[in-house]
Design a protein around this ligand. Structure first.
Ligand code: DGL
Length: 273
């Protein structure tokens, strides 16, 4: 039995959708979540810059004494997962391979669409992961730069978001994708829009459920789970505004957030030095 908490990070609040699933799947575990609100968004940034940010955060969490780290950000996972796994001594779970695996299992025509940030698409990591499982599968990637700002805006379920989803989806429908990876931690929040636009014939793959399953399996196989009879706790750190995190974070977590603690970016940089 291992009572240490699980560390989980994202560029901002999107990773709270992954934390939500982890809290449901592993209610007896403790979690510490770090959102890098001061440097959000990661999606339009170069991959080496995202890699540096992810490495700072993961090192900081490791110094906090976590037993496993979840990179709950598709852009950070795409840019940095191998580097994090080489650098850290605790297991690091990303959000890409659970989704790639689920998509390969789900597709019938082996044509898989991908909607994600520019960084995730540029990295080409989903194609590599899918091809490692099925060399004959095709991945059709579409970068969706408008979605994260719309989902974080005042009207995430408005006509502008629906129009953007419709436009991005057209490219995948034209390509004949029967399975679509929603490769960004923000996207579960507008799940009903994706479901309506794609219809029942297309299987949508979200990272949150798949990743929570992988975290649970990792804990079990490594024998580092906590006592299952207890109720776990969760706390939040942000490099951004703690009040904004608390207020907006609820939308993503769909559970109470009492408070968030501020962490200086310089403290993250120091952890990686
Ligand atoms: N968390 C990012 C991702 O999952 C989206 C937000 C951002 O661009 O930082 O790719």
């Amino acid at each position: 039995m291992d009572p240490r908490p699980i560390g989980i990070f994202d560029s901002g609040m999107g990773g709270l959708t992954v934390l939500h699933e982890c809290l449901v799947t592993l209610p007896h575990e403790d979690f510490v979540y770090l959102g890098d609100g001061a440097r959000l968004p990661y999606g339009p940034r170069p991959l080496d810059e995202i890699r540096r940010f992810a490495s700072e955060i993961a090192s900081y969490l490791e110094h906090q004494g976590v037993k496993l780290i979840v990179a709950a950000c598709n852009s950070a996972t795409a840019a940095a997962l191998p580097a994090l796994q080489r650098r850290l001594s605790v297991p690091v779970v990303g959000v890409l391979s659970p989704e790639a695996h689920a998509a390969v299992l789900a597709t019938r025509n082996r044509c898989i669409g991908l909607l994600a940030t520019e960084a995730t698409v540029t990295s080409g990591r989903y194609t590599e992961l899918v091809r490692a499982l099925d060399a004959g599968a095709e991945v059709v990637p579409v970068a969706c730069p408008r979605l994260v700002p719309l989902i974080e805006g005042d009207d995430p379920f408005g006509e502008e978001t629906a129009a953007a989803v419709r436009e991005y989806a057209t490219l995948l429908k034209d390509a004949g994708a029967d399975t679509v990876i929603l490769g960004c931690t923000h996207y579960p929040l507008i799940r009903p829009i994706f479901q309506r636009v794609f219809g029942r014939g297309v299987t949508l793959v979200f990272s949150a459920e798949e990743t929570a399953r992988e975290v649970a399996e990792t804990l079990e196989r490594k024998g580092i789970g906590n006592d299952e009879s207890r109720e776990g706790a969760y706390r939040f750190l942000t490099t951004g505004d703690p009040e904004l995190f608390r207020a907006m974070g609820r939308r993503f977590l769909q559970l109470p957030i009492d408070a968030a603690e501020h962490v200086e970016v310089s403290a993250l940089e120091a952890a990686a030095a």
